[in-house]
Design a protein around this ligand. Sequence first.
Ligand SMILES: Nc1ncnc2c1ncn2[C@@H]1O[C@H](COP(=O)(O)OP(=O)(O)OP(=O)(O)O)[C@@H](O)[C@H]1O
Ligand SMILES: [Mg+2]
Length: 369
Amino acid sequence: ARQAQSRMKALAKMESIADILSERVLPFRFPAPDKPLSSPIIRLEHASVGYEPDKPVLRDLDLRIDQDDRIALLGANGNGKSTLAKLLIGKLRLQDGRMRQSKKLRIGYLAQHQIDELNPKETPYDHFRAALPEETTEAQLRARLGGFGFGIDKADTQVADLSGGEKTRLLFALLCLPKPHLMILDEPTNHLDVDSREALAQGLNEYEGAVLLISHDRHLVNVCADRLWVVQEGTVTPYEGSLDDYRTELLRAVRQQQKADKPARDKNGTLSHHTKSGQKHRKRNAAEKRAALTPLKQAAQLAEERLSELQSAQEKLQNILTRPNFFRDMPQKAQELAIKGRQLQIQIAAAEDNWLAAQEAYETALAEE
Ligand SMILES: Nc1ncnc2c1ncn2[C@@H]1O[C@H](COP(=O)(O)OP(=O)(O)OP(=O)(O)O)[C@@H](O)[C@H]1O
Ligand SMILES: [Mg+2]
């Protein structure tokens, strides 16, 4: 599939900065599942799920997950990504259809805002103690904690005093204790800095189980996923293209909408209104309407300007990085710039999302006029 190819390319690029990172940030290591299960490990047939009876958020789900799958879930806010995750881990029940799972399947689940569910008064050691059976000795617990970066001082620090990144690491440490066959990660990077995100990407790549990833971090998705599922219009559909294809389609749709909203001039130079929203436009006092829409429009324009600023910064950076022998002649500088490039990439993804959201808000307001 296109995304699988795209992932190979992303992985190849990633290797060049792997070495730099290994010195700066602790790796994420996930244990291999004890025994591989036969595929599919999960199968959904005509399944529906939701929160209220007869009001499914998702329906007609026909999906399967295999033991070697790397799937990313894409879709706008509120479309039902977390809802699917909750169905798969058994937190939500089927409203219709069937779900089959291997009996021995163990899932490691990181919920979207799980960081808030850690007990702020307890330490990482306390959390581990509670999660592991009594027979584990203190030394064994501490050794495991150490493996996730919780040395003596941190292991005995209250959660309230840990950073967001440290809390996330604690959650990962806890979720992989049972050596899961499948990890379902709902927005795992929200509290991780750039280096830790890179380390997580590497850890997931080395992990031998299956991964279902929900993330707005495009780099992480590109590096970790070789299949994409899109959640929209109340169902989940495998997407055949790559993540870049998907983004391009989304952006193109927005641009087309923008064009359609701009009234065109006819031969006589008078404004003609082709679109529905254009026709509605004329009915009201134009100045009044413009005033109401101005902030939204400005927000959308600002978001677009910010995006193109970032994109041209990235282009410049690329030009420098691809100079012949740059890495050999100025290794220090090259490494710095490579990391800068990664940061830019994340900022660009965020700026694109902002722009899409601002544009959508503006268009919704236009349509309501
Ligand atoms: N506990 C709940 N009770 C009732 N409705 C809910 C509940 N949680 C979510 N919903 C609704 O289900 C729909 C899907 O929500 P969900 O959280 O799965 O979306 P999402 O794709 O994960 O969004 P986001 O990108 O913001 O995390 C939304 O309309 C939401 O309002
Ligand atoms: Mg969600």
